[in-house]
Ligand binder design. Structure first.
Ligand SMILES: C[S@@+](CC[C@H](N)C(=O)[O-])C[C@H]1O[C@@H](n2cnc3c(N)ncnc32)[C@H](O)[C@@H]1O
Length: 110
């Protein structure tokens, strides 16, 4: 039987410096989604420039800043993934829409 080893680390995924290069075989993730209202507050905590950009309705600026935070995660993942691993992209990797838009929860009863 195949034996596997698992370690649990609770930390900020933008900094994977505690994980060795090419030491991870697979990554499954569900990141916060840029430009979806329910994640605005969280992105605002990751980068204090984001909330003011949203308040000014500067969608493209906010979109880029949110993806900049996620890019830090993707770079770290590329570094730690083994080269022999099946190329996978995170299960829920956000794919940038053709143009930045902001999905807002409908108001009132729907
Ligand atoms: C789309 S949700 C995923 C929810 C998860 N799949 C579940 O069922 O609970 C995104 C998650 O990423 C977490 N998150 C946001 N920024 C993070 C970061 N820098 N490092 C690690 N996790 C983060 C959020 O707290 C949130 O739980």
């Amino acid at each position: 039987m195949l034996s596997t080893e698992h370690k649990i680390a609770i930390s900020d995924a933008r900094d994977l410096s505690f994980i060795d290069d090419q030491s991870v075989d697979i990554v499954v993730t569900s990141p916060p989604y840029p430009m979806i209202e329910m994640w605005d507050e969280l992105f605002g905590m990751l980068n204090p420039e984001i909330a003011p950009a949203l308040e000014r309705d500067e969608s493209r600026v906010a979109f880029e800043l949110m993806h900049k935070e996620l890019d830090r995660v993707w770079s770290g993942l590329l570094r730690v993934l083994t080269r022999k691993s099946t190329p996978t992209r995170p299960v829920s990797a956000p794919r940038p829409p053709a143009r930045p838009f902001r999905w807002k929860k409908p108001r009132g009863d729907v």
